[in-house]
Write a protein of this length. Sequence first.
Length: 153
Amino acid sequence: MNPVHIYTDGACKGNPGPGGWGVLLKSGHTQKELFGGERLTTNNRMELMAVIQALQALKRPCAVTLHVDSQYVLKGMTEWLPGWKAKGWRTASRQPVKNVELWKTLDELVRSGGHAIDWRWVRGHDGDPGNERADELANLGVEVALGRLPAPA
């Protein structure tokens, strides 16, 4: 399988407020950048959207090292998801899982994509070049959401 490093990030100006997501995909000497945004959203939704958009961009099964600075996304995918599903998409306190439609989409992408995913947490705003670029892209996504920048083609 082709090795791919993916860095994702979400940004929100106000929570809720205008938000953006950013993705940096790197494979060998090739890299691709993606970003987008929504006018009224939350930071957690944008963190999830970044990972969803990254996995949707892969055209064949890959060995993915997925770098996220969101404990929400990391723990959701590596710890909480089986319990949520077993409880009918309810939390341990019996509350509905927030952003359930995005979690279901991400779960399906992970299960059906054929990727071998190594989930890694990286401290945000701590100088990691991939994370810093994903953050810049997420902020470009906010600009798209606000209509200050055209959406990427």
